[in-house]
Design a protein around this ligand. Structure first.
Ligand code: TRP
Length: 361
């Protein structure tokens, strides 16, 4: 099994980044450049040299609190400071959370535009789609958008074309379906559960369906648009299929603990699109490390604050270094009274990419 090592930036690199930020900041270019040059000459680089550089302001908006988006946000905050951008010194972050209501997003973005922030950072697809409307006011960096092309955010991953770019957590549906067939080889029908109002989920489920059907599975779906309707949909679905699948859908992730309970009670293996959803009661997935994605989102933001052009900065797609996540408690429950046979083949059991998860309830 794998262990993950997150903190890899050296102090020297951080100091260099802080100095570089001072030298290349756009407005007040000549004065801040001479200030940071002299401070570099007279003293060794320290956090006080960062305080003399321009103060950047960013609006950082998050759709809702769920474990994965919180991991991304926390990693971004941490990465900013590791790169020498210290809140209250040379960085101002206006963090806003839409509390799961897309209707809150537009007023958050209007606020950022009125304040004249230097960049808007948007976590999750609905947030990014709202921020896009303000890309003429400030560059937009999106984080964890499953399919930026399908969401209409960029022209292409390599050449975004507008004042907007960011990171993508493109779901590897082929690997997830293959995992389903390895862990639960007898399944014939799969029910997809998602919110059709989320562009990320629509894109992922259509790719999932196509590949699953090519493997001989019959794919159905039920939808919900909030916790209540999603719960009802889960109950109906769990009673009619051999296995369930949810992509990394923000509405599902928010209600995951009780949705997972529905699947568990029905003895149905519930496959999901993100590690956090396995941690909150889903059965298994193949997925990325969202802390890495958060850190990369922060780095792209810093580059753009320092003058890089989003239009030509490729979207960074996280689809390598994937892990297989299996919830051990759910595995045990399915082995004891699941609807279908469950087995973890030696190939997976012995894989160094296997992460065994114990449910947090
Ligand atoms: N990819 C999702 C989107 O595009 C956001 C997201 C990131 C997410 N991690 C997740 C959703 C985990 C559900 C679970 O909106």
């Amino acid at each position: 099994m794998k262990t993950m090592n997150y903190f890899r930036k050296s102090l020297a690199l951080m100091a260099a980044a802080a100095l570089f930020a001072g030298c290349s900041s756009s407005s007040s270019a000549s004065s801040s450049a001479s200030t940071s040059t002299s401070s570099a000459a007279s003293s060794t680089a320290s956090s006080t040299s960062a305080a003399t550089t321009e103060v950047y302001s960013i609006g950082l908006a998050q759709l809702v609190d769920h474990p994965s988006l919180n991991t991304i946000r926390d990693a971004m905050f941490d990465e900013f400071s590791q790169e020498g951008y210290i809140e209250g010194e040379n960085l101002k972050i206006d963090y806003q959370n839409a509390a799961g209501k897309t209707s809150n997003l537009d007023s958050i973005m209007t606020g950022y535009a009125n304040d004249g922030v230097d960049a808007i950072v948007a976590i999750a697809t609905p947030t990014a789609m709202s921020a896009q409307n303000y890309a003429d006011k400030a560059p937009v960096i999106f984080s964890a958008v499953s399919d930026p092309v399908a969401a209409g955010l960029v022209e292409s991953l390599d050449a975004p074309g507008g004042n907007i770019t960011g990171t993508s957590d493109e779901i590897q549906v082929e690997q997830i379906v293959d995992l389903m067939l390895q862990l639960t080889p007898d399944i014939k029908t799969v029910g997809m559960l998602y919110n059709p109002g989320e562009a990320n989920s629509v894109a992922t489920t259509s790719r999932f369906k196509e590949y699953a059907e090519s493997k001989g599975l019959t794919v159905t779906e039920k939808n919900g648009t909030d916790n209540t309707t999603m719960q009802q949909a889960a109950v109906e679905l769990a009673n009619s299929v051999d296995a369930m699948f949810s992509p990394n859908d923000n509405t599902v992730a928010t209600g995951m603990v009780s949705l997972a309970q529905v699947a568990k009670d029905a003895g149905v293996p519930y496959y999901v699109g993100a590690d956090s959803m396995v941690e909150t009661g889903g059965f298994a997935t193949v997925g990325i490390n969202y802390e890495d994605l958060g850190r990369e989102s922060a780095k792209m933001t810093i580059d753009i604050l320092n003058g890089a052009d989003p239009a030509t900065m490729p979207v960074k797609v996280f689809k390598e270094d994937l892990n297989v996540y299996i919830n051990e408690d759910v595995l045990k429950a399915l082995e004891e009274n699941g609807k279908t046979k469950v087995e973890v083949p030696a190939e997976i059991e012995n894989s160094e990419n296997l992460v065994k998860v114990t449910a947090t309830e």
